[in-house]
Design a protein around this ligand. Sequence first.
Ligand SMILES: NC(=O)c1ccc[n+]([C@@H]2O[C@H](COP(=O)([O-])OP(=O)(O)OC[C@H]3O[C@@H](n4cnc5c(N)ncnc54)[C@H](O)[C@@H]3O)[C@@H](O)[C@H]2O)c1
Length: 256
Amino acid sequence: MTAFEGKSVLITGGGSGIGAATARLMAEAGAAVALTGIPEAGLAAVAAEIGGKGGRALAIPTDVTIEGDIEAAIAKAAAAFGRVDCVVANAGIQRHRTDVNLPEMDMAEWELTQDVNLRGVVRTCKHALAQMLRQGGGGSIVIVSSITALSGRSANVSYMTAKSGLLGLNRHIAVHYAKHGIRCNAVCPGALEQTPDWDDHPNPVRRREMMERAIPLGRLGTPEDIAPMIAFLASDAAGYATGGQFVVDGGITVAA
Ligand SMILES: NC(=O)c1ccc[n+]([C@@H]2O[C@H](COP(=O)([O-])OP(=O)(O)OC[C@H]3O[C@@H](n4cnc5c(N)ncnc54)[C@H](O)[C@@H]3O)[C@@H](O)[C@H]2O)c1
């Protein structure tokens, strides 16, 4: 697969999970990859791994809650690779224990999740669009939402509200930037083996049992299950896809 030969991609949250799997896949397909996120160690390890296999990757420590960070990261990627063709807005957190029970919610907790999962993606898309327009148009953005945006089931209310907001942002960008040749799509992953902030999950064993029963394909997903959909949507092969919401969840959403 040479779908990304000569193309460059910037991925937020690129040091682990879905972001790292997507970076590996797109680098194998020829992309120059800018890995952004926190902490730096994960980014550097994935960049070194890609570099060791003959790929091109750059680790750029970036906190998506700081607008200047994401602006600078996109500028660095553009300077290193000549342009930024694709942006994957993937960074996210999940506050399993504290993002629950709305009547008693500490609003600082609510804000924390919104700041990374919604406003972080807005900042990323803002500067991605600005860069793509400076380049003369063209480009592809993929937003990583979640199946929690498609139902009311998740107990993590700030998380699922932020992920729902991303679907609106996706539609806005698709409609208003199509005339510039810029596409935007959302991927809604289902329940993977591990979630963001996995060490903080209150009951991983029960979650696994419940999910394995509920998922028609009978297993939790992996980052490698999600990366191909992100890469496809970012690629020219998806040239007629924009504004879509692409569910990759082993069937759990339609089984409910
Ligand atoms: N794992 C799942 O079950 C699942 C399901 C649906 C959606 N998602 C979404 O997929 C995306 C990737 O999650 P994952 O499963 O790979 O987990 P992950 O924790 O491995 O990935 C999230 C990444 O975001 C980074 N990050 C956190 N805060 C950041 C900040 N302020 N600035 C920059 N980077 C930051 C983390 O360091 C991490 O590398 C997330 O948006 C998540 O909500 C995951």
